[in-house]
Design a binder for this molecule. Sequence first.
Ligand code: ATP
Ligand code: MG
Ligand code: MG
Length: 353
Amino acid sequence: MSVLWVLGAGQLGAMLKQAGMPLGIDVRPVDIEATETLSLSSTDIITAEREEWPETAATRQLSTHSNFVNLATFPQLADRLTQKQWLDRLALATAPWFPVESDSSAQHAYQTLGERVLLKRRRGGYDGKGQYWLKQSEATEIPEDWKGYAIAEQAINFDEEVSLVGVRGKNGDTYFYPLTLNLHINGILYASISPLDRLKPFQSKAETMLSKLMEALDYVGVMAMECFRVGDDLLINELAPRVHNSGHWTQAGASVCQFENHVRAVTGLPLAPAEVKNQSMMVNLIGIDLDYEWLKIKGLELYWYKKEVRLGRKVGHLNFCSGSLTILQSALADLKLPKPYPEALLWLAKNLP
Ligand code: ATP
Ligand code: MG
Ligand code: MG
């Protein structure tokens, strides 16, 4: 039996491994700093839990294997410049932008994009790290070390943030989960909720957008599309060529979760539409210590990543799925977490149907 190797051994790799177990698929996450020689066979399959990676002994072995699924796509999407170019080429709506070059000026940014402009590092940014706001009212200038390494994006005054997680098989079939409503605080995802009836009018539009991309890239596996909803429109914020935090609720709330769908797709197993079970919500655990008292809360499912707890670091998540809104509301009321969680829990409570 061939092995599915995952480049990267963080929480996403661990959850892919967990999803492979009932399928009888041996999923092996590989730490990019691992130094040993991997026992790769020619029939093995390689995927990744991250968009880019440094050249190391481990990544060299994996990335030179001929069965690395989507290998050519990673650099296209990992660089925000080429990602934005793909969106423009496919005429997919995205925040207006331009590349920040050595001769770019803040003046030009204010003239073309407006009085608030968000610089984003082309590579390596996550959880809102790698962002820099330019404000005309404060005459902010572009830092020298961002020139050539960033894009400039118009500040979008969005109504809310939604994401679509989809999967595409080797035969080109695609399946999607319902749109997820996401709350970011300071650029980092705190909470998600899905499905929501009020997002249904956007579902087919979003699926058409993500399908177009996955097809153009001949992509196989799970991809996530983060969007801003502005009135009746969806603007693509960014794409992730991998399983995604905003799809974690599917572990509790769907018959086939995003991790299993990714494992199935890249190994060429059959795909089928996932049954969405009930109302789901997800809360990210960010920079807070593990507390097994949480387990007393009815309906709560804990995922603890066993990472060192640091300020602003995702160290776990909580899933909830229930057909009873009363159970979900009381779970939110019973969950005692420090600032800014009261805001996130209130947001979930308000968005429950
Ligand atoms: P992720 O952890 O999702 O990969 P990231 O660091 O790659 O995050 P983005 O998703 O680009 O960064 O941005 C993080 C958050 O910052 C968004 O979810 C949104 O809340 C806010 N944001 C990003 N771009 C804009 C924009 N153009 N206008 C207003 N807010 C924005
Ligand atoms: Mg990102
Ligand atoms: Mg994002």
